[in-house]
Design a protein around this ligand. Sequence first.
Ligand code: MIG
Length: 649
Amino acid sequence: MITKYIFGDPVETGAVTAAVEDVSGVARFQVERDKGGIAFRLPLGARDVVYGLGETMGRVNKRGGRYISFNTDTADHEDSNPSLYASHNFLVVDGEAAFGAFFDTPARVVFEIDYQGSGEIYVHCDTQDLRLYQIESDTALGVCRELIAAVGRCYLPPLWAFGYGQSRFGYAAPEDFRKVADGYQKNSLPLDYICMDIDYMEGYRDFSFNQKNFPDIGAFVSEMGSRGIRLVPIVDAGIKVEPGEAVYEEGVRGGYFCRNKEGGFFKAGVWPGMTHFPDFLNTRAREWFGGLYKFYTDAGIEGFWNDMNEPAIFYSEYAKGLKNPLYQLILGMLPGKRRKEKKARELLRDYKSFFHDMDGRRLRHYDVHNLFGAMMTRATSEGLERLLDHRFMLFSRSSYIGANRYGGVWTGDNSSKWEHLRLNVRHMPSLNMCGFLYSGADTGGFGGNCTRELLLRWLAFSVFTPLMRNHTSKFTQNQEAYSFGDVEDFRTVLRLRYRLLPYIYSEYMKAALTADMYIKPLSFVYPEARGIEDQLLVGDSLMIAPVVIEGALSRRVYIPEDMTEVRYNGEFTCRPVSKGEYTVEVGLSEVVFYIRPGKLLPIGKIISNTREYDVSDLTLLGDGETYELYTDDGLTRDCTLENIRVLRK
Ligand code: MIG
């Protein structure tokens, strides 16, 4: 059962779309008002597990940690860092019964979950105005399903968005993209899309292609399209301040940009130099911005990633010091506590110096900060819905609960570290709890140099995440699957992804259409497995136990009930394993996973691209009797459970 409690006069975040009964005044928390906002306290039982918070640092069980919802552009994915790019203010307490709470406010929120052994949940919202949704259910999974249902139907990507994609900050010219396509195709490595990072642009301007490199972008999109490869450009949040440029002029004329303290348009230095931020909280501005994607759709482009939408600011019009984006960027990245603190103070000042017009309500950015990226995703998604008559790919860096109706997310600038592979494994169930089904990390890691072993193990995990994209930064070692000598092992793991697509696509679509999670913690189905955070349930049939330790050629696996072990090394080998705990060998050239009892796994043939996707002759592994295969043309918007076909063994 879900109920809502309204405090003060909250802004409409749009997170929850279902009608929910308002029973203000009976919050389960102890409520304390203070000058800065409202604090909520709830004592925890000694054995209670606390899940949730989506994209945050820490473990899947959030006990013991302190987390802050304040969307931040940060490459510092370490446990000491309280804020990443997103705010997912949803907690699930799993004790004797299960209980969930969603603190629906775009303001800053601090969560202390049994922090320093306090024995309680302490949540401080930096506002007096919010909606608190409380959910009672028998199980943690039940609580999550209620939240996901209340938020509304999850974004449905096209089939090709479940293919594998390659990306790199630095690809700039057609030769770079052709080289990637060649590298994959000549080595018989499957590939569906290549992301275009900011170097495709003219001077880092959104809605532009570098004229020298792309005099005819439509022709280049067709050229890649004829090879079965889609191009997926990045779009940043800020529009370059540049009198005479059409997009800028339109934005100024329409008054679509955020205002500064003086009433002019706020100026923030980002990649193109000074930019204005579209006021994504304003309906007209959103309509305008969404319509701008026509620039890309006219060229045949149907996939996008939205970046820098926390929003990231290198320096603002109020900054002292050198106003050079590169200088400011490097300054922000340099280690050193004092420099970081200075940067953080500047950012706070900036966020307090610009304003939104939320359809007549003037709001200081700082107070609605965590909604900005989500509303950019909404603007893009609604624009693309008008521009196209079928599904599109869209994922964003920043998000807020509810944005999952409009697009997916990636988890930002991780590094080529084993710990960040493990973080990816923890993020996926937590994101799914908050409804973000279409998600994934930069496979192989963004910062730093990836090793062959790390990439193989990371790919072997990403096989199961809906967004499977290999991405790395500038100045790092090449990270494409053909960049590490012998490609055979990479071929195995990438082919496995495509052979599992009938399952991945079906399970994703069924979860999205029934307000369910696609990836779950093991403990959501097997409560005794509460301490095990490096094994996950993927869809209804599979359990995975990825190798996440450097140098390991085996790992301990907990088998919660009799299962079928599947080993893929180019061939599938199945064998029954009984309940228990085992050391399982997993060589670098193979992927091992498990089918739950009474379930089936459909397997397709080897294909090199989703264009060749074919469900006419699937093999069924496992000891179940039937499998519900979701199938459609991969593009239609008419996605219903009627598209399910029952396969029998
Ligand atoms: O300031 O577009 O997270 O994926 O490659 C960095 C360049 C801007 C951050 C994104 C990353 C992307 C990079 N961007």
